[in-house]
Ligand binder design. Structure first.
Ligand SMILES: CC(C)NC(=O)[C@H](Cc1c[nH]c2ccccc12)NC(=O)[C@H](CCCC/N=C(/NCCC(=O)O)S[C@H]1O[C@H](COP(=O)(O)OP(=O)(O)OC[C@H]2O[C@@H](n3cnc4c(N)ncnc43)[C@H](O)[C@@H]2O)[C@@H](O)[C@H]1O)NC(=O)OCc1ccccc1
Ligand SMILES: [Zn+2]
Length: 244
């Protein structure tokens, strides 16, 4: 796939690049995106559940075991997934001597880190960690095969996955770091996200307001009005082309 040479030179000339990724960057690892959730999970009994309802405090309080079991199922699905070319290319890019590359992700799957990325700003948490809903203590016990909600050994509260549910605030430090990386970049690269979920979807506009060039990588371009250049393609092949 050919990337417009003008866009390529804007990216390669940038001193500070901030990358925001979404579920699309893990699609080539076989991880279902939120958009294609129903289609890709139609074999499983979980396809009947709306991710936004399951990924919410209301959903958890209404039926804690069902939400816990949904996360256990997603973890079992993720266990066999490997980082793809996009994850690896971004990790390599972060090692660049002449460009400061900051990685912000909405993904909770940990595949960026598995692909070699350091300092990943996880805006929506990480599915491999758990903490107590009541006292917020991290739960370090092994949860493999545990089908019912675990009781917090410290306060007896309910243990939940350490992801950000809809209606919940983002982790303060992660959000602050994401804001400053968006404010202070020359190029803001939005990769594999439908830019529908806020406040993450507002970061591109933040970067634009500071004069950054906003570039989107997606096989299905969004209608986002802040994007200056659309690179229509899959993350793996596009990022390999940008780096070569
Ligand atoms: C749906 C949306 C309208 N709702 C929201 O944005 C809500 C409400 C809201 C807040 N502000 C607003 C302003 C306007 C409207 C609504 C709101 N936001 C919240 O609730 C946030 C919390 C949002 C975080 C929710 N948690 C997630 N995940 C963790 C859980 C879990 O995973 O279980 S969100 C989750 O969904 C989102 C999915 O989006 P994408 O990643 O973009 O994936 P999607 O499937 O949509 O798209 C994939 C794209 O990839 C492309 N693609 C496919 N293949 C490839 C390929 N091969 N290569 C490249 N691209 C590819 C496709 O074409 C597609 O475009 C991600 O963010 C993901 O993390 N919290 C909050 O606002 O709290 C308040 C508050 C503030 C202070 C104090 C107290 C409370
Ligand atoms: Zn507790």
């Amino acid at each position: 796939m050919e990337i417009d040479p003008e866009v390529l030179s804007i990216i390669q000339r940038a001193k500070r690049v901030t990358i925001l990724t979404g579920a699309g960057v893990s699609a080539e690892s076989g991880v279902a995106t939120f958009r294609s959730y129903k289609e890709e999970t139609k074999e499983s009994l979980w396809s009947q559940y709306d991710p936004q309802k399951m990924a919410s405090i209301e959903g958890f309080l209404k039926n804690p075991n069902r939400v816990w079991q949904w996360y256990q199922w997603r973890r079992s699905e993720l266990k066999s997934k490997k980082p793809n070319d996009a994850h690896k290319a971004i990790a390599k890019w972060q090692q660049s001597k002449d460009q400061r590359v900051t990685l912000i992700t909405q993904n909770v799957d940990g595949l960026h880190q598995a692909g070699g990325s350091k300092d990943v700003i996880e805006l929506h948490g990480n599915i491999w960690s758990n903490h107590c809903l009541q006292c917020r203590a991290e739960y370090k016990g092994n949860t493999d095969g545990v089908e019912d909600v675990i009781e917090c050994p410290k306060c007896g509260g309910q243990v939940r996955p350490s992801v950000v549910w809809f209606g919940e605030a983002l982790p303060e430090k992660a959000w602050r770091d994401a804001e400053s990386a968006s404010y202070s970049c020359d190029v803001f690269l939005s990769v594999g996200t439908s830019s529908q979920v806020y406040p993450a979807a507002g970061l591109a506009a933040l970067a634009k307001s500071q004069g950054a060039t906003v570039i989107e990588v997606n096989p299905e371009p969004t209608e986002s009005s802040v994007v200056d250049y659309f690179i229509v393609g899959r993350a793996g092949e596009v990022l390999i082309n940008i780096l070569n």
